[in-house]
Design a protein around this ligand. Structure first.
Ligand SMILES: Nc1ncnc2c1ncn2[C@@H]1O[C@H](COP(=O)(O)OP(=O)(O)O)[C@@H](O)[C@H]1O
Ligand SMILES: [Mg+2]
Length: 611
C-alpha cells in the first residue's frame, strides 16, 4: 500500500504499461516499436505481428491522409496534436481515438500513442461522463464488485470491495492481484474464467459442484465458497461473474459481484442442525416404535402359540372324549354280553334242571313202554287164539254176542292201529329222551370247568340240535366225521365255540338266493384233533378276516351282532392250547378249522382242579 502512495517519478516500463490494460503504441518515426497487449487486442492483432510495422498499416488505408499529417504533428508539438479518430479495416469496421501521450522517454523520434475504442455519435466528453457514471454506479453498489479487462487486470474495485475485502482500489486497480484477498496462491477468479472462456464443467476442479452457469446472466458463472481468511471467522461468498462485451460481442473483460451469504449459510447450517436433530428424533422415535412393534409382535406370537396349544389341547380333549365314549360303549356292550352270558348260564341251568326232572319219568315211561309193548303183543296173540276157537262155541247166543262185538270193534283195524300207535309213541319217547340228553350234554352244568375226556362229535351233535332252529331254514348240515379219539377238554366251553361257529355260518347264509350247506368234518393226527366247519355263505374280504377275532368287531346290524362270538371262541381255544384258523373267499364261503391237542399238559388240568 505504501508503494502506491509514494510520490516519485515512474518509469513507464513495458510490463507496467501492459498491466495497466491501456491500449498503447510506442512508435519510432512511423514504425511501431512497442504495443501493449490491450492495444493488440483492441486492434484484433493478437496473432498478427505488430512490432516493426508501419503505424499506417494498422488502420484503414482510407484514413492514411488524416493519419500522416497527425503523426507529423505529434513529433513537432505533441501537446497540441489533439486526438484523431481513425477506422480499422480488420474484421468489422471499428473506430479508434488516437491520442499522443507525453514524451517521457527523452527520445525525440519516439512517441506514445494511446488507443481507445471510439464510440461513434458519442462525444469524448460523453465517454468520460459515461466512465464516471459507471464508476459511481459501481461504487454505489452495496455488493462488492470488481471489473477485469481482458488482460485480467483490475479496472474497477468498488467501495464495497474495499470495505468487505479490506483492500483499497488504489492498491488493486491496475494489478492482477485480485486473488490475494481470497487465496494464498494465485487462483483464477470467476471473472478470469469468463475472460478465458473456460467452461463451467472444466473449472469445477477449482470450485467444486457449486460452480455452474448463472441462471440469470447468459454466459455468466456462479459459485459459492467459504473463505476462511475473510472477516473474523471466515465468510461464505456467492460469486457471480458476467462477461463485458463490446458492440461486436467480443469479450472485453468481466464483472464479478460477491454476495456475503455467511448468514444464510449459518442459518442453513443451524437449520440443517435442527433438521438433523429432528431427523435424529424421528429416527429415535421410529426405533422406539420399531422395538415396541417387535415386542407387540412377539407378544402376539406368544399368544398365538398359546392359542394353538389351547386348540391342540382342546382337540386332544375332544379325542379323549370320543375315545371315552367309545370305551363307554364297549363297556356297555361288554355288560350286555355279560348279562347275556348270565342269561345263557341261567337258561342252561334251567335247561339242565328241566332235563334232569324229565329224565327220570321219561326213563321209567320208556322202560314201562317196552313192557307194555310186550304185554299188548301177548294180548293180541291171545285174542287171535280166541278168534280161532270161536267155531267151537256151542252156545248159539254166546257165539252171536262174541261175533257182534268183534265186528263192532273192528278187531282187524284195532290190531293194526295198536301196532302203529305203539311204534309212534316209542319214537316220540325216544326223541324226548334224546332232547333231554342233548340239553344235559350242552349245559354240562354238573361238570363245568373241569377237564374231562370227551367225545367231541357228541358235543357237536348236541349243539347242532340246539341251533337247528337257526340253521334249518337256510342250509343243510352235512356231517363228514372221521375217526377221532376222545379229547381232554372243557366240553361245555368247546360246545360254546362250536355253537358260535355254526350260528355264524347260518348267518352267512341268510339272504343267499339258494339254500346252502354247512359241512362239519373232523380228523386227527399224532397229537391233535381237528374240527372244521365250512359254509357256502357270503364269505369275507381279507380286511374283514384280519379283524374278526377282535372283540366287538361285527359287520352285523345292532341287536344281531355283538362282535364277541369269535373273540370268546378264540380265548377258549387258546385256553385249550389249540389254534383256530380261517380261510374265506368272498361270495363263495368260509372255513373255520379248530385244532386241539388230544392231551393237555398235566399242570394245566391240575391247576384247573385246584382253581
Ligand atoms: N362264517 C362266516 N361267514 C362270513 N362272515 C363271518 C363268518 N363268521 C364270522 N364272520 C364275520 O365275523 C364277524 C365277527 O363275528 P362274531 O365275533 O361272531 O361277532 P357277530 O357274529 O356278533 O358279528 C361277523 O360280524 C362277520 O362279519
Ligand atoms: Mg357270532
Amino acid at each position: 500500500m505504501s508503494s502506491a502512495q509514494e510520490q516519485r517519478p515512474i518509469t513507464l516500463s513495458h510490463a507496467w504499461l501492459d498491466r495497466l490494460g491501456i491500449g498503447i503504441l510506442v512508435v519510432h518515426g512511423q514504425t511501431v516499436i512497442r504495443a501493449t497487449t490491450a492495444a493488440m487486442s483492441l486492434l484484433d492483432r493478437k496473432d498478427a505481428p505488430t512490432i516493426g510495422r508501419d503505424v499506417l498499416q494498422l488502420f484503414a488505408s482510407a484514413d492514411e491522409d488524416k493519419l500522416r499529417p497527425w503523426l507529423k504533428a505529434i513529433y513537432t508539438n505533441s501537446d497540441h496534436a489533439g486526438s484523431l479518430v481513425v477506422a480499422s479495416d480488420v474484421g468489422s469496421p471499428r473506430h479508434f481515438r488516437l491520442t499522443a501521450g507525453p514524451n517521457d522517454s527523452g527520445s525525440e523520434s519516439t512517441r506514445i500513442i494511446t488507443i481507445e475504442e471510439h464510440i461513434p455519435g458519442g462525444a469524448a466528453a460523453n465517454a468520460a461522463e459515461l466512465r464516471r457514471t459507471f464508476k459511481e454506479l459501481l461504487d454505489g453498489n452495496p455488493l462488492p464488485t470488481f471489473v477485469l479487462n481482458r488482460e485480467h487486470v483490475v479496472l474497477h474495485w468498488n467501495r464495497a470491495c474495499e470495505v468487505v475485502l479490506g483492500v483499497t482500489a488504489l492498491e488493486m486497480v491496475g494489478t492482477r492481484d485480485h486473488w490475494k484477498p481470497f487465496y494464498d496462491t494465485p487462483t483464477p477468479a470467476l471473472g478470469d474464467l469468463i475472460i478465458d472462456g473456460t467452461h463451467a464443467t472444466e473449472a469445477q476442479d477449482l470450485y467444486g459442484e457449486t460452480l455452474r452457469p448463472s441462471p440469470i446472466i447468459s454466459d455468466g458463472l456462479e459459485a459459492s465458497c467459504f473463505f476462511p481468511g475473510l472477516g473474523e471467522k471466515g465468510r461464505w461468498l456467492l460469486m457471480t461473474a458476467a462477461p463485458i462485451r463490446n458492440a461486436h460481442g467480443v469479450v472485453m473483460g468481466s464483472i464479478e459481484t460477491l454476495v456475503d451469504i455467511t448468514e444464510i449459510k449459518d442459518a442453513e447450517a443451524s437449520l440443517r442442525l435442527a433438521q438433523q436433530g429432528l431427523e435424529d428424533l424421528v429416527k429415535k422415535r421410529t426405533a422406539e416404535l420399531e422395538s415396541a412393534k417387535g415386542a407387540l409382535e412377539r407378544d402376539i406370537a406368544r399368544r398365538e402359540q398359546a392359542e394353538r396349544a389351547l386348540l391342540d389341547r382342546f382337540v386332544e380333549m375332544t379325542n379323549l372324549n370320543i375315545k371315552l365314549s367309545e370305551a363307554n360303549e364297549q363297556i356297555q356292550s361288554a355288560q350286555n354280553q355279560l348279562l347275556q352270558n348270565e342269561k345263557l348260564a341261567s337258561i342252561g341251568q334251567l335247561a339242565a334242571g328241566v332235563a334232569h326232572e324229565i329224565n327220570n319219568p321219561i326213563g321209567y315211561v320208556f322202560s314201562n313202554f317196552s313192557t307194555l309193548e310186550h304185554y299188548v303183543s301177548d294180548l293180541l296173540s291171545l285174542i287171535e287164539t280166541y278168534h280161532a276157537a270161536e267155531p267151537h262155541i256151542a252156545d248159539e247166543a254166546q257165539l252171536q254176542t262174541v261175533t257182534a262185538l268183534r265186528e263192532r270193534l273192528d278187531l282187524d283195524f284195532l290190531k293194526e292201529d295198536t301196532r302203529s300207535l305203539m311204534s309212534e309213541s316209542r319214537e316220540g319217547i325216544e326223541r324226548v329222551r334224546k332232547i333231554v340228553q342233548d340239553l344235559k350234554d350242552f349245559s354240562h352244568v354238573d361238570s363245568d370247568a373241569s377237564w374231562q375226556w370227551a367225545d367231541l362229535h357228541k358235543g357237536i351233535d348236541s349243539t347242532l340240535n340246539i341251533v337247528s332252529n337257526e340253521i334249518k331254514y337256510h342250509a343243510d348240515v352235512v356231517k363228514e366225521y372221521g375217526q377221532i379219539p376222545k379229547v381232554q377238554c372243557l366240553p361245555s366251553q368247546l360246545n360254546q365255540v362250536f355253537m358260535n361257529l355254526l350260528v355264524n355260518a347260518a348267518h352267512a347264509m341268510e339272504g343267499r338266493a339258494s339254500r346252502g350247506a354247512i359241512t362239519v368234518s373232523s380228523g386227527y393226527d399224532d397229537n391233535d384233533v381237528w374240527i372244521a366247519i365250512s359254509d357256502t355263505g357270503c364269505g369275507m374280504s381279507e380286511e374283514t378276516c384280519s379283524k374278526i377275532f377282535d372283540p366287538f368287531y361285527t359287520t352285523k346290524p345292532i341287536g344281531k351282532g355283538t362282535g364277541l362270538g369269535l373273540s370268546l371262541s378264540y380265548g377258549i381255544v387258546q385256553k385249550h392250547h389249540g389254534t383256530i384258523e380261517v380261510t374265506s373267499v368272498p361270495g363263495e364261503g368260509t372255513r373255520f378249522c379248530v385244532k386241539l391237542p388230544i392231551r393237555q399238559a398235566e399242570e394245566v388240568t391240575a391247576n384247573a382242579q385246584h382253581a
